[in-house]
Design a protein around this ligand. Structure first.
Ligand code: ADP
Length: 481
């Protein structure tokens, strides 16, 4: 890497500066902690030229060698996990323990991708009257990976690992809030001996213009996007009359259903973990908690106690369990939703307001972990993604009605179910319209399972044996003997 730490563009094997730089801040303090390069349209074109030039060589590199590179990258990430976690916390604000978990998840995802590359088999079909048929798999071609700030490490590595395992060169465009952890990871992965152009990075404070530059070029064969539903749908529309593969992982509005026979302590702990991790800024965060009326008060009491035990602060400080929101706009959205809920009859059992720390340097957007009872469907919080530390609770009596209510959302990413009766759990899982479901499991995202959403939460999957499909084309070869 160039000695200049703000030279965050990796184009054709070289780290370079852009037309200028933009500031990166610590969201807990709002202090400037570094700078990243602003890529120019010429950088974008150069990156696509290099990706196109690198495609034949990388496509023809055997899967074992490609996988070996990814395993080496995973080992490098494990070795430097603490340092990478510190960088992630500095830019994103999440507590160090969560950041470390995300970094280790990156290594696991690279290891999984390395193995999947060797298992991208294709198919031989029985001969027809004329002869045999084959289904061959080929890398999709140059990929643009657009990644978000909320999981800036794992979302990037997930895309890079699968694309590289499949033989497709990838250009990463990280979120403008978190370009430095992206740079560290790209540097590590590229550093294991990837040929120039196979992995590249463009950073920018103005993503729309830069991405538009790439979208007009027919050599860009796939966009893999994780971010807001608005931007994702915009990218889908922007493909216009030139089709290209688009995988989308967008917003969510996850229900958690707690049946009367659930282990209430495990359910309370699971829901609090799945809600307040990353200060609620996860697309899989619980956004609605449905509790059977018989156990409502007891479960809510336990949740309230756990929420009361959460500790706000700087993510790098020992003991912090909830960090800041990414910015003031995120905080204002949370505030608006809570005000609306209270005006419509919700009871605030915990939090319900901004947090003003006694340490003057913590100038970030902190909001107290909030528990709202008596929520109903008329409240904005029950429809709009919150992306903040607010948990509204709904009481329910009837299994059918609660499953219908859980499904009554434009989103379909994650859902959680707690209970013991296997028949009921199974019926519920079958009826929930969500791509990822945790049954007594607050962390249902695993490298071995496909990750992605239904409805307006997205299309295609990342992870599982389905994940690599997103980076492969199918070629049917019919042979006449
Ligand atoms: P959020 O609201 O969570 O910040 P965004 O969808 O705005 O989510 O951001 C997710 C990713 O999409 C980031 O990398 C961001 O830079 C990028 N992005 C934002 N707007 C556009 C756009 N118009 N075209 C392409 N990428 C965009």
């Amino acid at each position: 890497m160039s000695a200049d730490p703000s030279a965050t563009l990796l184009v054709n094997g070289e780290w370079r500066a852009g037309s200028g730089t933009f500031e990166v801040v610590d969201p807990a303090t709002t202090e400037v902690i570094g700078h990243a390069a602003a890529a120019t349209p010429a950088d974008a074109r150069a990156a696509l030229d290099a990706a196109w030039a690198a495609l034949p060589g990388w496509r023809e590199t055997d899967a074992e060698t490609r996988g070996g590179r990814l395993r080496a990258a995973a080992a490098a990430i494990r070795e430097r996990a603490d340092e990478l976690a510190g960088r992630l916390t500095a830019e994103n604000g999440k507590p160090l323990a969560e950041a470390r978990g995300e970094i280790i998840g990156c290594a696991r995802m690279l290891e999984w991708s390395a193995e999947e590359g060797r298992r991208a088999y294709g198919r031989v079909t029985p001969p027809s009257a004329n002869g045999p048929g084959l289904t061959l798999l080929a890398p999709v071609g140059p990929v643009l990976a657009i990644t978000p700030w909320n999981f800036p490490a794992s979302m990037l590595v997930r895309k890079v690992g699968l694309a590289l395992a499949a033989g497709a060169p990838v250009i990463v465009k990280p979120a403008e809030q978190t370009p430095l952890i992206a740079t560290e990871l790209v540097r590590l992965v590229n550093g294991v001996g990837l040929p120039p152009g196979v992995l590249q990075q463009l950073t920018t404070p103005k993503p729309a213009a830069l991405v538009a530059e790439l979208l007009v070029d027919p050599r860009l064969r796939k966009i893999s996007f994780t971010g807001s539903t608005e931007v994702g749908l915009g990218l889908l529309r922007a493909t216009g009359d030139r089709l290209r593969r688009v995988s989308l992982e967008m917003g969510g509005h996850s229900p958690a259903i707690v049946f009367a026979d659930a282990d209430l302590e495990a359910a309370a702990r699971g829901v609090v973990a799945a809600k307040f991790a990353n200060a609620g800024q996860s697309c899989t965060a619980v956004n609605r908690l449905y509790v059977h009326r018989e156990v409502h008060d007891e479960l809510v009491g336990r949740v309230r106690e756990l929420v009361g035990g959460l500790r706000l602060g700087h993510g790098a400080r020992a003991g912090t369990t909830v960090g800041p929101l990414i910015d003031l706009a995120g905080l204002e959205k949370v505030e608006r939703q809570v005000k609306d809920a209270v005006a419509k009859g919700a009871r605030v059992l915990a939090g319900g307001q901004r947090w003003t720390p006694d340490r003057a340097e913590l100038r970030g957007a902190f909001y107290r972990p909030t528990l709202l009872a008596d929520a109903d469907e008329g409240m904005a919080v029950s429809r709009e993604e919150t992306f903040g530390p607010v948990l509204p609770v709904f009481a329910f009596d009837d299994e059918d009605a609660v499953v219908d209510a859980a499904n009554r959302t434009a989103y379909g990413l994650a859902a959680y179910v707690y209970g013991e009766n296997l028949r009921r759990l199974w019926r519920t899982v079958e009826r929930l319209e969500f791509g990822v479901i945790g049954v007594n499991e607050p962390a249902p995202v695993r490298p071995e399972l496909p990750f992605g959403g239904m409805k307006n939460s997205g299309q295609e999957r990342e992870g599982g044996s389905e994940g690599i499909e997103g980076y492969l084309e199918h070629k049917a070869v019919a042979i006449r003997i």
